[in-house]
Each structure stands twice: as C-alpha cells, then as structure tokens.
Design a protein around this ligand. Structure first.
Ligand code: PLP
Length: 339
C-alpha cells in the first residue's frame, strides 16, 4: 500500500521539498556536492547569470508507486540533456555521475514528500554562471553553481484532463532557432510576451509555435498528431526541445502497434488532419504528461481537432506512460531508477 502524501493543491512548482543538493565549480573543477535545507543563495549583483543569461536547467519527476517504491523516470536522458545544454551555453558540464547522484540524493532526502499518483516529485536541476563580472559579456563564467531542487506537484494544467485550446503562431518562433534545443531560461522568457497576449486576448492555454507555417512546439511541451493507427510529430531539429516524454511516447506507441512518423508538419497538414472525425492532437512533456488538444485558433478562427474532446488514443498512450511511471507495468525499457 502506498503511504505517501497527497499532491499539494497549490499551483505547480510553488511548494518545495525541504532538502536540496548544491555543487560549486571554480578553478576548473567541481567541489563535493552537499545536501542541505532549501534556503536563499546570496550572489553579488554583478553575477554572470543576472546579466548574460548563463543558465540552464532540467525538469524530471520521481513517482511513488502503489508498492511505495519511488522511481525516477529516465534519469539518464535528463542528465544527458542537461550536459548538452551546458555545453551549448559554455557552462561547465557536470559529469553524468555527479549530476545523477545529486538528483538521486535529493529524491532520497525528500522521499517522505513524494506524493502518491497522480502527484509526483518534480525535480529541477539548475546550473548558473556565478562569476561576479559584468565585463564578461563575451566570455564564459569562471564560476558556477549547480543545484537540485524538488517540488511535490499535482496536475500541471488546472482542471486536470481536459482538451486544451492552442493559438497557432505562424510568424514568430518560440526563441532563437539554434537554441530551441537548449533548456535555458532565456528561451522561456522570449516566448512570454506572445503567450501572455494569446492567453489574455484569445483565452488559449498555450501557443503552438509554427513559424513559416511549420510546426515546432509549444512554450513547454512537444506536439503530436495522433489517430488509432499513427503518431506524427516534428522530426528533431535544433529549433525545439528534444522532449524525453516525446521520445518515451513514440517508443511506447511503436510497441502498441502504432506507426510513428517523425517529419516536418505544416500548418496546412494540421488543418486537413483536424477535419477528420477521429483526429487527435496532443502535447507531451514531463509536466503536461500527454495532454489532449481540442481546439486550435488559427488565422483568427477556431478549429476543432476531430471531436474537440479528449482523444481515446491520447488517453491510451497517457495511461501506458503513467503505468510505467509508477511501476504498474514492467520496466521493459529500463527507464526507471528506484530510490
Ligand atoms: C519548451 C519545451 N518543450 C518540450 C518540453 C517537453 O520535454 P520533456 O518531455 O523532456 O519534459 C518541455 C518540458 O520540459 C519544454 O519546456
């Protein structure tokens, strides 16, 4: 029997586990990470990250199963992606074992705060350039801090499983195209203005960025077209984040007998696709899991995706994924790290 706490009802990401891990990099080397209470850092106002955006992060989850085992989902993949982000931003790349052990230690230390499903413990490894030097605009920070924060979470989208409404933005990209695959704060803030305006003017949940009418992703999730036979999703490019959930859903879908197509998707294709009764579309991400898209707002008009309701294939794939998260189905892909 599961004995974990219920997920907090506070908004996603506003409640924190008591313990975090911290490692510092200076003189070309990492010190030994420490575990301690979550408390404020103190940084000089000239700190590199405040001026030159030297920051990247990750987002992954640990789930508590009905057997009370806590499992981290696809730890290796998230560690690899953070290493890639660090490389691309000229931040010091943490060794895979250093970062993985910090994440495992934080889950272990906050074990009592891992909620029962559908809640989970969201993990936020973060890496920032901390050299106090406002003259370092064109050079990497000589100092850095890596920390791992934990946050017990419930549902990302308020209202649970419901069909989402997205604006299709056909002109502007989410961020600078060659940095879309980096999980860096700058990418999120660049998408903010468009997203805020779309939310307030059109009442949408998110924006699907499709510059030049070719689909990329939303502000925090990847995009998939789904029906009872196939999954179609944009092929990986530098312009959007290579989602671990996307990869997981595609793998599960193949094994459930779906055909998987990774290729460019145009806005015209989405319009044609949406007109079919059995059409589904979804967003994938660690926070969103797999969320149905019911309506697209395109060129000023509402377009229903299929029935406009939550799709049955989307739900089937979502369940296959969440069953894996909590150890309800066997870990056939070796994606889980027990803590
Ligand atoms: C911009 C963006 N795209 C896609 C994703 C999905 O990635 P993942 O499935 O690894 O969480 C995220 C979420 O973290 C994101 O922030």
């Amino acid at each position: 029997m599961s004995t974990g706490p219920q997920a907090p009802t506070a908004p996603f990401g506003t409640v924190f586990g008591e313990t975090m891990a911290v490692a510092r990099w200076a003189h070309g080397a990492w010190d030994t990470p420490t575990l301690g209470p979550v408390e404020p850092f103190s940084f000089h106002p000239a700190t590199h990250v405040f001026h030159y955006g030297s920051a990247c992060f990750e987002g992954l989850k640990a789930h508590r199963g009905h057997d009370d085992v806590v499992r981290i989902f696809r730890l290796d993949r998230h560690v690899e992606r953070m290493q890639k982000s660090a490389q691309l931003l000229y931040l010091p790349e943490p060794g895979a074992e250093l970062l993985a052990s910090m994440i495992r230690d934080v889950v272990e230390a906050n074990r009592d705060q891992v909620p029962v499903a559908p809640g989970s413990l969201y993990l936020r490894p973060t890496l920032i350039g901390t050299e106090p030097n406002i003259g370092a605009a064109a050079v990497p920070s000589k100092e850095a801090v890596l920390y791992v924060l934990a946050s017990p979470v419930g549902d990302y989208f308020a209202g649970g499983i419901r069909p989402l409404r997205l604006l299709v933005e056909t002109h502007r990209p989410r961020t600078t195209p060659q940095f879309g695959m980096v999980k860096s704060g700058a990418n999120y803030v660049m998408a903010l203005g468009i997203t805020m305006r779309a939310k307030s003017d059109l009442g949408v949940d998110q924006v699907l960025f499709a510059p030049d009418r070719v689909v990329q992703e939303t502000g925090a999730a990847n995009f998939l077209l789904i029906d009872s036979e196939r999954i179609i999703t944009p092929a990986l490019t530098e312009s959007f984040l290579h989602g671990v959930t996307r990869d997981s859903v595609l793998r599960i879908a193949l094994d459930l007998g779906y055909e998987v197509e990774e290729r460019p998707i145009t806005v015209d294709e989405i319009v044609e696709w949406s007109a079919r009764d059995d059409a589904e579309a979804a967003l994938s991400g660690t926070a969103a899991i797999l969320a149905s898209v019911g309506t697209l707002v395109l060129d000023g008009e509402d377009l229903s995706v299929g029935s406009g309701e939550v799709g049955s294939n989307t739900l089937r794939l979502r369940k296959a994924l969440t069953d894996l998260h909590v150890g309800q189905s066997p870990d056939v892909y070796g994606w889980l790290t027990d803590v």
